[in-house]
Design a protein around this ligand. Structure first.
Ligand SMILES: [Zn+2]
Length: 314
């Protein structure tokens, strides 16, 4: 088996069958082993256990540490069970000021993208999961069928319409996007968007549209963005990408020719790069590869034949 991508394969038992077990849930909310994954307005909680020089880690308070925050105002979502400890995402977004010191906690709330690549693999996956599902809750407070408020049920894995005449159940959703490294012989196609860090080039990507297969979406996006036709679309791996709500479905594809017609409205630039250029990337303002926690980087490293060794199991 290939090693999982960043934010995937965290080893958590999602315990789906227990989401409706009220006795089990009540017991976990009185269990000192239970851990919380707090979030405030899209930010996860981090700390550095050995001072500022240490790598960041997820800060997972106990129920006792959360104390009066567990008052029913904060949304709780059962994420799953790891090493016999239930893990719940705790949404503190209703607080005006969630400075960890004011809550009696060490650490800081920060965007997962800031620390992601430095986290232990299982922690990255846990925080990404919490971020994804709390984002879904925040964007589905009202029923899309009748407009009435919805409420969280089944330990946070369903939102039910509160209008008895409607009663629609809404389920957590993830938006699929395809991401693909297109190559031909010793060259691969990378592009860049104006908003990216200077020098960064990456694989093409785009959202899957209704009525498309992933393979259709790969071919359409490459044609729309770079004017290239592809064949031999081969699945590589996928990655949860909760920035804010995607799963990236990764492919390698072969171009039919070197001809390009770059769409300058979508991309600042796109062109063919040789294997040698990528292997000697200066990783600075002139040229740099995408972030180490991204599947884009993984697809490139795999094509270069230097995909890293498997990560240790969490
Ligand atoms: Zn409704």
């Amino acid at each position: 088996m290939m090693r999982p991508n960043f934010y995937a394969g965290g080893g958590l038992d999602r315990a789906g069958a227990l989401r409706t077990d009220k006795d089990w849930l009540a017991a976990r909310l009185a269990d000192p082993r239970t851990r919380l994954v707090p979030m405030w307005r899209g930010h996860n909680l981090f700390h550095r256990s050995d001072g500022a020089a240490a790598a960041p880690a997820a800060r997972l308070p106990t129920l006792a540490e959360a104390g009066p925050l567990m008052n029913g105002e904060a949304l709780l979502v059962l994420l799953g069970v790891a090493e016999e400890a239930a893990h719940f995402a705790l949404d503190l977004s209703h607080l005006e000021d969630a400075a960890p010191a004011a809550l009696g906690w060490s650490g800081e709330f920060a965007d997962l993208r800031r620390h992601g690549p430095l986290l232990a693999h299982h922690e990255g996956a846990l925080l990404a999961y919490a971020r994804a599902i709390l984002h879904w809750h925040a964007r589905h407070r009202f029923c899309g069928v009748c407009g009435a408020p919805t409420e969280s049920i089944e330990a946070g894995h369903v939102r039910a319409c509160t209008n008895a005449a409607c009663g629609t159940h809404h389920f957590p959703r993830t938006d699929p996007a395809v991401i693909m490294l297109v190559s031909i012989g010793e060259h691969c196609l990378l592009g860049r968007q104006r908003s990216w860090p200077q020098g960064m080039h990456s694989t093409l990507a785009g959202f899957v549209e209704p009525g498309e297969s992933f393979e259709d979406a790969v071919a359409r996006e490459v044609l729309e963005e770079a004017g290239a036709r592809v064949r031999a679309v081969r699945y590589h791996s996928s990655q949860p990408w909760p920035f804010p709500a995607s799963i990236m479905v990764g492919f390698h594809a072969e171009a039919e020719s070197l001809a390009l017609a770059v769409n300058r409205e979508e991309l600042e630039d796109a062109r063919w790069f040789s294997r040698g250029e990528l292997l000697e990337s200066p990783e600075d303002e002139r040229f740099r590869l995408p972030r180490r926690d991204s599947i884009a980087r993984r697809l490139i490293e795999s094509w270069l034949g230097r995909d890293e060794a498997p990560l240790p199991r969490p």
